[in-house]
Design a protein. Structure first.
Length: 217
């Protein structure tokens, strides 16, 4: 029985290896160039936050619009709806149930810059060669990438980011390991590459909204 079990494990390992093939430097360069040709993305998403101190993950869903390098709009549905908008200069988080909004400046060393860069890395892979150690492999139906931060600011945002990219060069799934050990797994569907209207990335708080600036700017 041990011999059969050992043979089975060896066969499974060989089969797994046959399904993956590490990318050469040239192949990785071509892959990143292909992904970056996408200058806008709109997609539905489902997010699962695995928090160490909670028995069950926190699940949310919504829609995201993204335009590199730093413009995005993320709308979360459900019992705790919210809207997060970045126009590249400032970031807004609006909590519909509480009629409150937070405004954060971007650029000039803002603590939120690394967060926006992480979103950019996940959806467009812009400039990741300079800020991450990259491991990439070809799978049966796409590619898998693992990004390990090099800079201290990015290490404060997350420890590791795994990405699944399909054969159409669209990011299907991201798995982010945070510094505290929590994980955020996001799956994208119904993706389109149609141009995103500029107004998508504008945000004006509705009348009666309580606006705060947590960073004091």
């Amino acid at each position: 029985m041990r011999t059969i079990a050992s043979a089975t494990l060896v066969f499974a390992a060989l089969l797994s290896a046959a399904k993956t093939a590490p990318l050469s430097e040239a192949e990785l360069k071509n892959l990143l160039a292909g992904v970056r040709q996408n200058r806008s993305t709109q997609a539905d998403f489902q997010e699962e936050r695995v928090i160490r101190l909670m028995k069950k993950p926190v699940v949310s869903s919504g829609r995201i619009s993204f335009q590199p390098p730093n413009k995005f709009r993320r709308e979360v549905k459900g019992n705790a709806p919210s809207v997060t908008v970045s126009d590249g200069r400032q970031l807004w988080i609006y909590y519909l149930n509480f009629k409150s909004a937070e405004r954060y400046p971007l650029g000039k060393g803002s603590p939120l810059d690394s967060t926006v860069a992480a979103i950019n890395s996940a959806l467009n892979l812009e400039n990741i060669e300079n800020t991450f150690q990259i491991n990439a492999a070809k799978m049966e139906n796409g590619y898998e990438l693992t990004l390990l931060p090099r800079t201290s600011s990015m290490k404060r945002a997350f420890q590791k980011l795994d990405l699944k990219i399909n054969d159409n060069l669209r990011v299907e799934r991201t798995d982010m390991l945070l510094p505290n050990g929590d994980r955020i797994v996001t799956t994208y569907s119904n993706q389109t590459r149609a141009p995103v209207p500029a107004s998508t990335f504008d945000f004006k708080p509705p009348p009666g909204t309580e606006v705060t600036t947590p960073l004091g700017q």
